[in-house]
Ligand binder design. Structure first.
Ligand SMILES: C[S@@+](CC[C@H](N)C(=O)[O-])C[C@H]1O[C@@H](n2cnc3c(N)ncnc32)[C@H](O)[C@@H]1O
Length: 242
């Protein structure tokens, strides 16, 4: 599994085990690369996701595919000491970095849970809001992911899903392709993780565009769904209401 190529020529989509192993390997450099790759913008996008998810003060909220925990910590600041946040991820290594990066008092407000986004270990209608950043593109069954988000959300609660977006603007698309197939793999080469960072471009090619994401979410029971973009269409937010 460790030798599997994630190059652009690899037509075969990686399995969940491949993805899990990949994130366990890149966990030590994940935050540094994320900062570089997004030109330091990823925290601003995550703050927008929190705003649009409208987590109530004192509420119970879930961040799926939490990685090293940025969104979970932002949510915990919003829900406050009377609230509770769950950060869920299937990579033990990513969760380990999430724990290490979280200090009191936020530590007390967040539970880190190892689990699968496609089989959430929570009861129906549990959460006041959910978020996911840069996770959906990595999931092997997007419809199932929406079904699970819908199941665990209380009626009328929102989920906000932030990810890369395939833009329809030709010059922007050209830049995005060049960036993901040239600059990002070079970054990976410097870190001796080239295969791991080459997988991003094909994962975006397979990823449904905003309009299609809306249709999938509505078919899974969400009442309302809208898709918004920032950064000239390179970053997308799907906002859905249960
Ligand atoms: C690109 S990282 C994003 C991390 C974080 N949300 C952020 O924006 O920095 C994707 C995360 O999704 C997790 N992931 C992928 N598939 C998953 C699944 N089926 N269940 C739970 N976590 C999953 C990976 O382990 C990884 O931590």
């Amino acid at each position: 599994m460790a030798n599997k190529s994630y190059s652009n020529d690899d037509a075969e989509a990686p399995t969940a085990q491949d993805i899990q192993a990949l994130f366990n390997r890149i966990a030590p450099v994940y935050d540094r690369v994320n900062g570089l790759m997004s030109w330091g913008r990823h925290l601003a996008w995550k703050k927008i996701a929190v705003d649009w998810a409208t987590p109530p003060e004192g509420g119970y909220v879930l961040d799926v595919c939490c990685g090293t925990g940025d969104l979970a910590r932002l949510l915990a600041r919003r829900t406050g000491p009377r609230g509770k946040v769950v950060g869920l991820d299937f990579s033990e290594q990513m969760l380990e970095y999430a724990r290490r990066k979280t200090y009191e008092p936020l530590q007390r407000q967040i539970d880190w849970v190892q689990g699968d986004a496609l089989a959430l270990p929570f009861g129906d209608q549990t959460f006041d809001a959910t978020t996911m950043s840069f996770g959906l593109r990595n999931l092997t069954d997007i419809a199932k992911a929406f079904q699970e988000l819908h199941r665990v959300l209380k009626p009328r609660a929102k989920a906000v899903i932030l990810d890369l977006n395939r833009t329809d603007n030709p010059s922007q698309e050209h830049f995005q392709q060049w960036y993901l197939t040239t600059v990002v793999p070079q970054l990976g080469r410097w870190l001796k993780l080239e295969a791991e960072y080459t997988y991003i471009a094909p994962s975006l090619e397979r990823f449904p565009k905003g309009a299609e994401q809306i249709q999938i979410a509505l078919r899974q029971g969400f009442k309302r769904a809208i898709h918004r973009t920032v950064e000239q269409g390179a970053i997308g937010f799907l906002i859905v209401e249960a």
